[in-house]
Write a protein that binds this ligand. Structure first.
Ligand code: 2AM
Ligand code: CA
Length: 263
């Protein structure tokens, strides 16, 4: 089995490198940008073509597996039985469109509901963060990552989604106030990389399965907590208000929720 996971990892790494080359090539031409649910929820020709490419290739690599993709080219899932791949072809599409930077490709591989491998590819920096239980660790490229320091909320920076703070959903302003400061990167993948590297101590955002599938595997393998804002397990088939944090910061944040603190 271990051998199989190693081989799978090599295949996914090669696939993502090829996908990156294709995305960079497509970025040389004007993007076709469409709105999904509203003017801040965008999809481009590259999100779609990259998802189609990734899913076709995943079916070749792992014919028995089912694939959940953000843009709908995969399967419709009612459960996580067997092997399931969860794919976000471009995470941070707004950044992709406006900055041509700070976006990621993400893949999470689950076996009977248990996350085994996660991949977050920072496309412009060309660093592939990957690992999980099946690889016995987490790596940035070839470099094995150490677990980030288990710091308390007051001692570090917290990543957040802007709208949650603006509308003060689930005590967000009190949480940010209790931290050393807030950072907003606009891509779940980039936010999760920052936690892996110890640059921030956590991230709170309303996320779909493909926004958190890879990161959950990677962050848990590094000793961080990945739950809902109430400390409950995520439902990987629906949206969640996700709290990713060091153990200590998670405890601090759950206390703010419990105490119903407001500014
Ligand atoms: P996306 O670019 O793949 O859509 C932006 O704050 C982050 O949240 C991005 O990772 C973005 O992923 C995700 N996101 C944007 N709008 C969202 C929504 N309506 N529901 C869930 N996640 C969203
Ligand atoms: Ca996306």
């Amino acid at each position: 089995m271990a051998q199989d996971w190693q081989q799978l990892n090599e295949q996914v790494t090669a696939l993502l490198k090829t996908a990156r080359e294709q995305v960079l090539a497509k970025m040389q031409s004007p993007l076709t940008v469409d709105e999904k649910t509203n003017r801040k929820d965008l999809v481009t020709n590259v999100d779609k073509s990259n998802e189609q490419f990734l899913i076709e290739q995943i079916h070749q690599i792992d014919p028995a597996a089912r694939v959940l993709g953000e843009e709908g080219f995969g399967d419709t899932l009612q459960d996580l039985d067997g092997r399931v791949w969860i794919v976000d072809p471009i995470d941070g599409t707004m950044n992709f469109v406006k900055q041509r930077d700070n976006f990621a490709m993400m893949i999470g591989i689950y076996q009977d509901g248990v996350g085994q491998l996660g991949y977050i590819y920072d496309v412009m920096q060309d660093v592939l963060y990957h690992g999980g239980p099946a690889l016995g660790g987490v790596f940035a490229g070839e470099r094995r990552l150490k677990a980030p320091a288990n710091i308390a909320l007051a001692d570090g920076l917290i990543g957040a989604s802007g709208p949650l703070v603006v509308h003060d959903i689930s005590h967000m302003q009190a949480i940010v106030h209790a931290s050393a400061g807030m950072r907003v990167y606009g891509s779940a993948g980039i936010e999760l990389i920052n936690i892996m590297l110890g640059k921030t101590l956590g991230y709170i955002s309303y996320l779909k399965p493909w926004d958190i599938a890879a990161g959950k595997v990677l962050l848990e393998a590094l000793g961080c907590q990945v739950t809902t804002i109430d400390g409950q397990p995520l439902n990987m088939l629906s949206s969640n208000l996700v709290l990713v944090a060091t153990e200590k910061a998670q405890r601090d944040i759950l206390q703010i929720e419990e105490d119903d603190v407001s500014l």
